[in-house]
Design a protein around this ligand. Structure first.
Ligand SMILES: Cc1cc2nc3c(=O)[nH]c(=O)nc-3n(C[C@H](O)[C@H](O)[C@H](O)COP(=O)(O)OP(=O)(O)OC[C@H]3O[C@@H](n4cnc5c(N)ncnc54)[C@H](O)[C@@H]3O)c2cc1C
Length: 115
């Protein structure tokens, strides 16, 4: 857990330095967000395992850490989307497109599939 926390801190620190030099790109920010939140998820999972059954009781703070972390893994870009943004910058190829460019929204598509 300590190793993960230290590594997450260093990736964040590196991103700050890139930002200060005007070298932070969307791909770099996305990679850091995706990687850090993945490691953070792993870290709370280790904490939960450490406490056994108590790890999922509200009386102990590990369960709270789980709940606090899930939104961070998801909002302002999910892990998957941040990975795709990073991949686009690395390869120059976008494997996703804005929803506005799709003929059908995903919800309409799901509704059609259901009928
Ligand atoms: C606590 C919280 C606060 C929030 N606050 C705000 C806010 O203030 N303002 C705001 O605008 N939004 C806010 N959001 C919304 C948040 O930004 C969205 O939940 C997030 O962008 C994910 O979108 P979604 O929930 O529609 O999931 P979806 O887009 O439906 O994604 C579902 C799953 O599919 C994956 N996925 C989606 N598209 C692809 C793809 N092309 N390729 C591969 N995988 C894909 C995703 O990674 C995810 O795992 C908040 C969310 C939470 C949980």
């Amino acid at each position: 857990m300590l190793g993960n926390v230290q590594a997450m801190f260093l990736v964040g620190w590196r991103l700050c330095k890139l930002y200060e030099k005007g070298k932070m790109t969307p791909g770099r920010a996305s990679m850091a967000k995706a990687w850090i939140t993945l490691r953070a998820r792993e870290t709370v999972a280790i904490g939960r395992e450490l406490l056994g059954g108590n790890g999922i009781l509200a009386d102990f703070l590990v369960a709270k850490a789980f709940c606090d972390l899930e939104p961070i893994y998801t909002y302002e870009g999910t892990y998957d989307i941040n990975s795709l943004v990073t991949g686009r910058e690395v390869t120059g190829l976008a494997s996703f497109k804005p929803a506005a460019l799709s003929k059908l929204s995903r919800l309409t598509f799901v509704a059609i599939q259901a009928t």
